[in-house]
Design a binder for this molecule. Structure first.
Ligand code: PLP
Ligand code: COI
Length: 342
């Protein structure tokens, strides 16, 4: 794949596509320690055919963004939270942890080395960073690897769901993506592998993505295949599902805090029954890639439940979006420790 040049990128029309940027960070874990740390140009990773990452899914990833502010500063949003979640995923997958300071230093190096690709302030585009750790080397039995590669690569992105702040429709899935005592809390490929087929079916039927239901009774909303779910009740409570099989979203926890402290809203992490959607005035998907994507309607068993509107973002969702992105792009001050200047 050819390396892309910054002058060839149309920063006003970005989707969510891979681009081969000039630099990425790589480190290798060997003999009990991280070594050979630094920037590399090569985007291909050559690993043994028998690597546990390939066969047994011994790998984990993250997603975070770099934002350009109005006065041309570049900043990361809560990268310590992504470092912590990667450490949790690594613990579950029996992989060595990447220390938080190494993770943040690596992210900053990648942003600085690819600085020309951080989109200009103003249209919501960002530089998306994708950290990944994988178990490599020849291990044919079902056992963890002896060696690991950690990488962070990057690409400029726009909206993940094509609507942006315009609502789109979602559908529930008959499939499960993660079991309650499985790996749903970890950001690991297996969860996404399980979601590929239902996700493609949803796209073919005109939906943005699937909303998964609890794997026990298929009664409660869990999360979207690529984001967490939230709803605003008719009496103004910010509600988001609580489940052992969903990803602990940095964006979701940030919105819980902002709803409570900036909008004085009651908040609740609890059961969200798919047969009780009338309680919500608004609903949305939230995540690093999704930011806040309003859910216009949710199809379940052939019926489309419309929340606020299929064409207009609801007022509370819009307020939360403005506060969250205001902090991320440096237009307003967030809680201490949320912004890491590059
Ligand atoms: N849920 C899933 C399945 C995801 O892939 C993501 C994306 O990272 C999220 C939720 C949102 O998490 P975060 O807000 O930390 O990006
Ligand atoms: C993210 O929001 O960072 C994600 O990982 C979501 C998705 C692209 C899988």
């Amino acid at each position: 794949m050819a390396k892309v040049k910054a002058q060839d990128v149309d920063f006003n029309n970005l989707g969510f596509e891979y681009l081969d940027l000039p630099y990425r960070y790589q480190a290798t874990f060997k003999d009990g320690k991280w070594q050979d740390k630094g920037l590399v140009a090569e985007s291909n990773v050559v690993i043994n055919e028998d690597s546990p990452a390939l066969h047994y899914g011994q790998a984990a990833f993250e997603g975070l963004k770099a934002y350009r502010t109005k006065d041309d500063q570049i900043q990361l949003f809560r990268p310590d939270q992504n470092a912590q979640r990667l450490q949790n995923s690594c613990e579950r997958m029996l992989m060595p942890q990447v220390p938080t300071d190494m993770f943040i230093d690596a992210a900053k190096q990648v942003v600085k080395a690819n600085e020309d690709f951080v989109p200009p302030y103003g249209n919501g585009a960002t530089l998306y960073l994708r950290p990944i750790i994988m178990g490599v080397g020849g291990i044919i039995g079902v056992h963890p690897a002896q060696e690991y590669i950690f990488r962070i690569f990057a690409m400029p992105v726009g909206n993940y769901f094509k609507g942006g702040l315009t609502p789109t429709n979602f559908t529930t899935s008959q499939y499960d993506r993660a079991a309650h005592k499985g790996t749903g809390q970890s950001k690991v490929g297996g969860n996404y592998a399980a979601s590929l087929m239902p996700g493609e079916q949803a796209h073919k039927n005109g939906f943005s993505d699937c909303v998964y239901l609890d794997p026990v009774n298929h009664e409660k909303i869990e999360e979207v295949g690529s984001a967490n779910f939230f709803g605003i009740t008719k009496d103004g409570t910010f509600v988001t599902p609580k489940s052992p099989s969903i990803l602990p979203s940095v964006t979701k926890y940030s919105l819980l805090y902002l709803a409570e402290h900036e909008l004085n809203m009651p908040t609740e992490q609890g059961d969200v029954y798919v047969n009780d959607l009338d309680r919500f005035a608004e609903a949305g998907a939230c995540g690093t890639a999704a930011v806040i994507s309003p859910i216009g309607g949710l199809e379940h068993n052939g019926n489309l439940h419309v929340f606020y509107s299929e064409t207009e973002v609801g007022p509370v969702t819009k307020k939360l979006y403005d506060i969250l992105t205001g902090i991320q792009f440096g237009d307003r001050k967030g809680p201490d420790g949320w912004i890491e200047v590059v």
